[in-house]
Design a protein. Structure first.
Ligand code: GN1
Ligand code: MG
Length: 359
């Protein structure tokens, strides 16, 4: 707490720090809730940026500043109320930047959004609101004047993720390849089909748009009525296929089990969530989506469990160097759960296509 409060003191906050405690369940950055003593001062969220992963913190923060500035402007133009709960605000540090480097770690501070909740799971009604919200998010960012950098190069590039997996297999750094052969074969069998997005892009048929690229449901803040207030965790906002936002949301919410469920019987693809989310997303995004984007939404639903499987498995093979783990075979358990989800998505593909065509 002492150490953390020294870091908070480098930022231009209002009020006096009363308490700092861990917040949220992200797998990459460390996040804390900073409570202030005075009722008139806002609370804050302190984050240690994982700069092994986000290596260009200056680019990272300038992306996020551009995105939040643009959204704030849009909301103001629309005459929205309660804007401070609908877009993140970053607090400048002593150096005038929105991050502080303490010679080892990079830190940033933002206003805590009061009376807002995040969820690990949602019902169909909330999924519908979330679909509308992500469509709006992409829509608002469509005319952002700034050029956003790729904060993690090739982040959702399926060809690149497969190449990383193949390199991990070739190196076999942790001696785990033999044990995961079944999953490697299953993933390779689908590899060509799953790289469809990159092929369409090269053929000039599929655009990149500004996307969030980490649309796990716990990256959304809901108000007391289930309406989406805002989208958080903006580190990965960058140009990408819209498949990213659509697919990753369903990967996390339409899973009837947990991302790392040990009991694979719990893991299935929930079509009620799919239908509600897709309905909301198409309502707010249809105006700018191309037919090729709409047709490939079922592909997007399969792509994200698949990509996550490839990423978790590569990390397992590498000896767990990327994702935080809670126990030794955590990345393998995650791989298995995501693979089960993929199989369930595949079984529902004809039903998804029919639903989308009927919209
Ligand atoms: C990471 O930081 P967090 O937990 O929201 C990861 C996502 C993965 C997700 C898997 C920068 O997101 O891409 O989908 O874990 N973020 C990064 O749960 O790699
Ligand atoms: Mg998160």
């Amino acid at each position: 707490m002492n150490n953390l409060s020294t870091i908070v003191s480098r930022f231009r906050i209002q009020g006096t720090v009363a308490d700092i405690r861990p917040l949220g369940s992200g797998l990459i950055n460390d996040t804390y809730h900073v409570a202030t003593l005075e009722a008139t001062a806002p609370d804050y969220v302190l984050q240690r940026i994982n700069h092994a992963i986000f290596q260009d913190v200056d680019m990272l923060q300038s992306n996020i500043e551009a995105v939040t500035r643009h959204i704030r402007r849009k909301l103001t133009e629309q005459g929205a109320d309660d804007i401070d709960r609908k877009v993140l605000s970053f607090i400048p540090a002593d150096n005038g930047k929105t991050y502080w480097f303490d010679t080892v770690n990079y830190w940033r501070l933002m206003r805590f959004i009061p009376r807002a909740k995040t969820y690990e799971t949602v019902n169909p009604e909330y999924s519908y609101y979330a679909g509308v919200a992500f469509g709006n998010f992409q829509n608002m960012l469509a005319d952002i004047p700034d050029t956003l950098g790729e904060t993690i190069p090739n982040f959702h590039n399926m060809e690149f993720r497969l190449q990383q997996l193949r390199e991990a297999v070739a190196a076999d750094a942790a001696g785990r390849v033999a044990e995961v052969r079944y999953y490697l074969d299953e993933l390779e069998r689908r590899a060509d089909d799953m790289c469809r997005g990159e092929r369409l892009y090269r053929a000039g048929e599929l655009p990149k748009r500004i996307c969030h690229c980490d649309t796990k449901v716990n990256n959304m803040m809901f108000d007391e009525h289930g309406q989406v207030l805002c989208v958080i965790d903006l580190d990965t906002v960058m140009p990408n296929f819209i498949f990213s936002d659509f697919g990753d949301f369903l990967r996390t919410t339409a899973n009837t089990g947990a991302e790392d469920d040990r009991n694979l019987d719990n893991v299935n693809f929930n079509m009620d969530i799919f239908r509600a989310f897709t309905k909301g997303y198409l309502e707010s995004a249809r105006a700018f989506l191309l037919p090729v984007e709409i047709e490939n939404l079922p592909y997007a639903a399969a792509l994200f469990p698949y990509m996550q499987c490839v990423r978790f498995l590569a990390d397992y093979i590498n000896g767990d160097t990327y994702y935080k783990i809670q126990y030794p075979d955590h990345n393998l358990i995650r791989t298995k759960a995501q693979f089960k989800l993929l199989q369930s998505v595949e079984a529902h593909t004809p039903e998804m296509k029919a639903f989308i065509e009927a919209q």
